[in-house]
Write a protein that binds this ligand. Sequence first.
Ligand code: TXA
Ligand code: MG
Length: 343
Amino acid sequence: MPQPANSIWAPSTDGMALAVSRLRSGELVGFPTETVYGLGADAANERAVVKIFALKKRPANHPVIVHLALAADIERWARRVPPAARLLIEKFAPGPLTLILPKSEHVPDVVTGGQKNVGIRFPSHPVAQRLLREFKGGVAAPSANRFGRVSPTTAQHVADEFGDEVPMVLDGGPCQIGIESTIVDFTRGAAVLLRHGAIATAELAEVLGYTPLPATRRSPRVSGTLESHYAPKTETRLVKPFEIAAAIRTATMSGRKVGVLARIAVRPGDFDGMWRQAGPEWSLYARALYAELRLLDAAGVDLIVIEEPPAAVDWLAINDRLHRATHQKGVLKTRTRSGGRRP
Ligand code: TXA
Ligand code: MG
């Protein structure tokens, strides 16, 4: 349900000044980053951060990332920054990287979901950089979507998601990267990779001198690693390229309307439903992915069929999102066209 765009502000002097003053007075502001749009609040203001959780309907024990303009600001928020974390900052900040570090006393508990560690990131998007510099503080921000849903990559997505509940979104255009930051945990000795993102494991390994360890069950809570996340409301299935035609046929024969997100597959001649083509190469695909999922979700189809990308290293971060987007929480989730649910 598209909302009137009166909440969307160009990052002109006026828009930026209003965003800064809203943050200062404890209000929420949607803002662009190079990965996805964030829902920001003054990270030092507990009551402001609580509003993020309420609006997203996010469980209180899921921590939010603190966004900072400059690497030099890190000392205020992290109690200790190990040399290996500094190496990653030198190489990748500002950019799509989040570091988990022991939190300083300055960080309110609500930001970290009661954990002793804080997630810190330096976004490179020029609008995010300007906002953080002019605000002169840390901005706590998760992705600007309801808990478990598809992340937003345009200002309009944020407005669609929250309507008037977020009175202001700064418009920085479509996000360049399109999927969330790579998260590396430095609180357990060797670096642990908590979430795959645009910075590849091999790039991290090159700087660290070793491959970061994979996350385990005992790793800190990362909601993006829940089995069901990034999920459209419509039933969504991941299908091998050569199975797409059969998946469409089966669903269509039982009277269901199908939408397809293809990568390189060619539309079957007899299929006249919604057919979207994401890029053949991972970075183009990442940029398009969430916008395409939102489009398909809003199209009133009963089933979204996604062409499974290759099981190659380059596609790890995307395959991770796609598996979570298509995980059905153990419940058969079939929506009829009228929006009702079949058992
Ligand atoms: O690219 C991104 O990281 C975007 C943009 C807006 O910066 N943000 C984002 O935030 O994806 P969110 O909240 O949707 O996902 C961040 C993940 C969450 O799953 C959260 O649990 C985890 O980071 N996280 C944040 N602080 C943490 C901490 N102290 N320890 C462990 N995980 C943490
Ligand atoms: Mg998120």
